[in-house]
Design a protein around this ligand. Structure first.
Ligand SMILES: Cc1cc2nc3c(=O)[nH]c(=O)nc-3n(C[C@H](O)[C@H](O)[C@H](O)COP(=O)(O)OP(=O)(O)OC[C@H]3O[C@@H](n4cnc5c(N)ncnc54)[C@H](O)[C@@H]3O)c2cc1C
Length: 484
């Protein structure tokens, strides 16, 4: 009987277990799940927290059931009594509740053993098995699914541990709860985490003065109406044909040409959108609120690419991939990761009324006797009492005081190997780890943000699809071994 560990029970881990529960080839396997109690079955983004934190995608894109893309929409109707919610944005905690139900169904079927602890070490044994250590347990496994989510938050101003600095802001109800009324709070970062924090702090109504700092002042746009579309140019068929003609690669120019053709087909004026919306500043956000000029269609094209985006990136030469990440990806990401429209409306309203202030050109942050001093554009300085980090997660896998004990051990023992474009190297699409020391690690599967340099996308639906693929493809090749 094979023994399988799933380490980390967020969207990826839950989906791996769901896939295992539906595949009869795994029915004789012993399954063990690891995670801390607080995030077991929800992961970090969907854990119990404020309902002000919203999913940044519409409900019809959040299903964790590969057979039914409207599974989450149906759940919302059944549990919350809200009909026709396909294009609505709901609290992330609702998705956490939905995940917990999916988990409970699979637990009932598979009856895994659960170890409510963090894994601290993973070793490769001579016989090809894996030894996993947690605080109180040490067990051998034939197969490991590593689903540990994001790398730690960045700390660009080295403030970790400083009084008044909140390095990891989630769960906000816990981490931001003790900030006294009426103080000046600075938020570093204008991405989706920054939006979460602005909304949460503002809607608390505690008279905070909220100052937002950023280098480029670029806020996300809002998600427009994304119609159901079919891609005609950015297709796997075109990729295969182009690879056959170009020694197994697709030139970046070709991919850009397909992207442009896709925009022309769907009447998206990409140059216009680039000129009018790429800065994400106040003027542009307001312009989008007046007339989104087809951004929803552009977002629909980008969203539709999700299923094959890893294959598209794999098809580039290293040089082309480098060029893509240097010159195109920042803008691609800007259009790809929008916020709900309501959030943008609130942001602009608060900004206009002076209830929040936004400072571009952040140069440095210094600790003062009481609070922090930020130096921004034009040598201006802004003082705040508390500072909250929204600079996003580190992308680089390395040994560091910020990383978990497990991650440091994996790097130190060369079990995982950094990937140039973020996260670690895996074989694609099987997602088995590539180790400099051990070669391809058969049966060590890596999911989620840890393989973002290869998989690129990291939304819940995509993680679910990949989890099912990995689980099912493995049994296709190892049917007999699983029964041993
Ligand atoms: C703040 C935030 C908001 C987001 N919002 C959205 C959204 O609205 N829509 C969307 O589609 N995507 C969103 N995402 C993307 C998100 O990353 C994915 O949707 C998904 O939740 C990631 O799932 P995961 O399982 O890979 O990671 P996580 O959900 O982070 O789960 C990883 C789990 O692994 C556990 N773990 C870590 N280390 C160990 C260890 N050593 N031992 C045992 N367990 C461990 C953690 O405790 C955690 O429970 C958001 C991401 C963030 C950070």
């Amino acid at each position: 009987m094979k023994k399988i560990a799933i380490v980390g029970m967020g969207a990826a881990g839950v989906s791996v277990l769901n896939a295992i529960s539906k595949n009869k080839d795994y029915q004789n396997c012993e399954i063990v799940l690891y995670d801390q109690p607080r995030t077991f079955g929800t992961g970090v983004p969907y854990q119990s927290d404020s309902e002000k934190l919203l999913i940044n995608q519409t409900a019809d894109t959040m299903s964790l059931d590969p057979e039914d893309s409207l599974d989450f929409v149906k759940w919302v109707q059944k549990k919350k009594g809200i009909p026709n919610s396909e294009k609505s944005f709901f609290p992330r905690t609702w998705f956490g509740d939905y995940m917990q139900e999916k988990l409970a169904e699979s637990v009932k079927m598979v009856q895994p053993r659960i170890i409510y602890e963090w894994v601290t070490d993973l070793k490769v044994k001579d016989d090809g098995t894996y030894l996993i250590k947690s605080d109180t347990a040490s067990e051998h496994y034939d197969i490991v699914h590593l689903c540990i989510g994001h790398l730690p938050y960045q700390d660009p101003y080295q403030l970790l541990g400083t009084k008044g600095y909140i390095h990891h802001p989630y769960p906000v109800k816990q981490e931001l709860a003790n900030i006294p009324r009426g103080v000046r709070i600075g938020i570093i970062g204008t991405g989706l985490t920054g939006i979460d924090l602005i909304r949460y702090l503002k809607l608390q109504d505690k008279g905070y003065s909220i100052q937002i700092f950023s280098r480029d002042g670029r806020f996300p746009l809002y998600r427009g109406y994304e119609p159901e579309i079919i891609l005609n140019h950015l297709t796997m068929e075109n990729v295969q044909q182009a690879k056959a003609r170009n020694n197994g690669f697709v030139p970046l120019e070709k991919m850009i040409e397909w992207f442009r053709l896709e925009c022309v087909d769907k009447q998206v004026d990409i140059e216009y959108l680039r000129l009018h919306f790429s800065r994400g500043n106040k003027k542009q956000l307001k312009e989008q609120l007046c007339n989104d000029n087809g951004i929803g269609m552009l977002q629909a094209i980008i969203h539709k690419m999700d299923t094959h985006i890893a294959e598209f990136l794999q098809a580039f030469t290293k040089t082309d991939k480098e060029s893509f990440f240097t010159y195109y990806e920042p803008l691609f990401k800007h259009f790809r990761t929008p916020m709900p429209k309501e959030s943008l409306k609130e942001l602009v309203q608060w900004w206009d009324s002076g209830e929040i202030e936004v400072w571009e050109g952040l140069q440095s942050v210094e600790l003062e006797d009481s609070g922090f001093k930020a130096e921004v554009a034009d040598d201006e300085t802004v003082k705040v009492d508390y500072l909250v980090n929204a600079t996003g997660h580190d992308m680089e896998v390395k040994q560091s005081v910020y990383h978990s004990e497990l991650m440091n051990h994996l790097v130190q023992n060369e079990i995982i190997q950094p990937e140039r474009f973020g996260g670690v190297k895996v074989i694609w699409p099987s997602a088995e780890a590539i180790s400099r020391r051990f070669g391809i690690l058969r049966g060590l599967f890596i999911h989620g943000q840890l393989i973002q340099g290869i998989q690129y996308g990291n939304n819940a639906h995509l993680l679910m699809q990949q989890a099912y693929k990995v689980v099912n493809d493995y049994t296709e090749s190892k049917k007999t071994e699983l029964k041993d």
